[in-house]
Design a protein around this ligand. Structure first.
Ligand code: ZN
Length: 379
């Protein structure tokens, strides 16, 4: 089980950073799977899953059961991991410029298209390797602007030619759930079933270019730029997998989650073996544009009247925000309602909330009006 330390370019004199990269199977073998955890460096449930996955894949490798190639980064963001303020980890945004570590990856379709003009045959078997090579070259030419971009470039270069890319994260308070490109569904239903996703949220583009979409969207953005690319398949199954909530750091749970990922990799022919029957789909896939992100209208102490997994109707009260300093406690509560018919799949973890903060998320089967171009929580 080779393990590399891949260095980031030095941006601060006296400080070196590196990412640990585990490799299983034979370089260049297919299918290639790339899996990372901790891009949001304070989301430890996903890091624990990756730790167990590393051990389980190591055991499979020792038995000669890795058919394809697997690249695994259990701790993908040494910059975010180094950010703390008054003993609190701050791994989601770059302290240097406030940008989200999981946004602003490059649009590789735009960068690769000029390299592909006149080179595609219309035959997927011939064209997919050509596109992968062009994506790698476009990545090599992409000018990183600062340390966080250096990290984006390092990670994307390791992942961009993979058949499967899984970016492991966690939410506030939530069950296991999944973000996927709409063109990948229903082909990727086995992923949702194998990992037990209680919500699967689909978007062709969610806005902001997160890591998984930087890997997947070129396959359906290129046809819009090149007529010869019309027959390209969505050749990279890239997904963001959310391993429950911030506090769900549990050794046994993470070990079982890693086992479910190995089962999926076995089903996809990356690992040799019998994956067994597909588990049932826990919940139907719904559009990301159908997610009601319910925001706090006022500041105060939030109490919920719903729980994860509850079915709710448009107009239903999902909680109340209490102003404990109100002159009259009888008039201290502001009710909060959902505008969607759907299922509650995320709740805020902090009891004290400010206006505009997201309190809860409800998945509904129909897109909601006024969602705009940015469907994710924060840029
Ligand atoms: Zn995250």
């Amino acid at each position: 089980m080779p393990c590399d330390r891949v260095s980031l370019p030095r941006t601060s004199i006296g400080t070196d950073r590196f990412v640990t990269v585990h490799r299983f199977g034979r370089p260049g073998a297919r299918p290639k799977a790339y899996i990372q955890a901790g891009l949001h460096a304070d989301e430890m449930p996903s890091v624990l899953v990756a730790h167990h996955l590393c051990r389980q894949l190591g055991a499979a490798d020792a038995e000669g059961r890795i058919i394809g190639e697997i690249v695994l980064l259990p701790l993908a963001n040494p910059i975010g991991l180094d950010q703390t303020l008054m003993a609190k980890p701050l791994g989601r945004f770059t302290l240097a410029d406030g940008r989200n570590f999981n946004r602003d990856f490059p649009d590789l379709a735009a960068l690769a298209a000029p390299r592909l003009s006149g080179r595609l045959t219309g035959q997927p078997e011939a064209d997919v390797p050509v596109v992968r090579e062009a994506l790698l070259r476009a990545m090599a030419d992409w000018s990183a602007n600062g340390e966080a971009d250096d990290l984006r470039k390092l990670l994307l270069t390791l992942a961009i030619d993979a058949d499967i890319v899984l970016d492991l994260h966690c939410d506030s308070v939530a069950p296991v759930h999944l973000y996927l490109g709409t063109p990948l569904w229903p082909d990727a239903e086995d992923l949702a079933r194998d990992i037990g996703a209680q919500a699967t949220l689909l978007a062709e583009e969610s806005g902001g270019m997160p890591f998984d979409e930087a890997c997947s969207t070129p396959w359906w953005r290129l046809p819009a730029r090149l007529p010869d690319a019309a027959n390209l398949p969505p050749a990279c199954l890239a997904a963001t997998v959310e391993y429950r909530g911030m506090a769900d750091v549990d050794d046994e749970l993470a070990q079982a989650d890693a086992g479910r990922l190995v089962r999926f990799l076995t089903r996809r022919g990356v690992v040799d073996g019998d994956p067994g029957p597909l588990p049932p789909l826990p919940a139907p896939a719904t559009p990301l544009a159908g997610v009601d992100m319910i925001r706090a209208p006022v500041a105060g102490l939030v109490v919920f009247t719903v729980s994860l997994g509850d079915r709710v109707s448009a107009g239903q009260v999902i909680g109340e925000i209490i102003d404990p300093a109100a002159a009259d406690p009888a008039h201290a509560r502001t009710v909060v309602r959902t505008r969607a018919d759907g299922t509650v799949w995320s709740l805020a973890s902090h009891a004290w909330q400010y206006p505009g903060n997201i309190l809860a998320k409800v998945a509904s089967p129909e897109p909601l009006p006024d969602k705009g171009a940015f469907l994710l929580t924060a840029r």
